[in-house]
Design a protein around this ligand. Sequence first.
Ligand SMILES: [Zn+2]
Length: 350
Amino acid sequence: MVTALLFALCAVAPLALAPAHLAAAPQHAAVTKAHHLLIYSIDVEGGQSTLLVAPSGASLLVDTGWPDHNGRDAERIQAAMRDAGVTKINYLLITHYHTDHVGGVPNLIARVPIGEFLDHGPNREDSASTRAGYEAYLKAIAGKPHRVVHPGDTIPIPGLNVIVLAADGKHISAIPGIQPKPNPYCATERQWPTDPSENARSAGILVTYGKFRFLDLGDLTGAKEVALVCPNNPIPPIDLYLVTHHGMDLSNSHAIVDAIHPLVAIMNNGAHKAGKPAAWQTVHDSPGLQALYMLHTAEDSDAAHNSPEAFIANPKGDGDGHYFKVVALSNGGFSVTNTRTGKTTEYARK
Ligand SMILES: [Zn+2]
């Protein structure tokens, strides 16, 4: 069913390559609106940049990767945009002001039109690098449309439901229309330290497209994860989980990872950034998980805590920026393509 649908949807674009019996399809098929949500987990070498393109063509970019490197991360974002057929970012959500998330903003602004900038409000971390990153961000977006998002706010992308679950250290207790459930994993959860850094203030979102759900909590750390889902968990089962904090072991508590029942997870780690054994194991062991993709081999970890190479976009070193492309349908089915191998795997919740 999913295969047939995906084929039918993808077949409209490369009409010239289609078999003869399809070449006679009506011309308007080529301009028919898409019926899928695209999600790109872009390789920004251990930072975050995630592009979502709704069926309407509207786009949301979550974070921008690093500064410098001759605009490397902006170029990689543009490559994903080209693949998706978009020339503009409607909304840019900055989860928090660490360099690996906000650092790429000046480079991106120089290359790509951006409709509105969303963030959790002022930087509250007293460190030189984060203050500098925040100042560079404010300078870059001066005079441009900007909105501070709060837990419970929505990002109005036609066809999608995007709700902010956490921001600036606060969180929602319930999502409209969804009854929070007692979380059985809270009782055995350990105490997590209070985190004074920007990570704990990450803006996190739940994206719903029909029956498909995607969760991106930025770099939210353990104590805030547990506060979000204990004692009652407001988050419904998740189809695609962007592993929080690149797979750092300061995040990815059992209380959240086990409770959200991710079907597939993507870890946006670098070759030598995050991808920690404890976080990898927690995600790997979460009930019902079918696949754990990684943007890089975690080279400081070991073979027992890395996924098989077919599930890794860049197996060796910094790599060439291979990314994962997800095509999600409103019936909840979705596929993940490793752009290094070209292999696409389909998933659906039973
Ligand atoms: Zn980060």
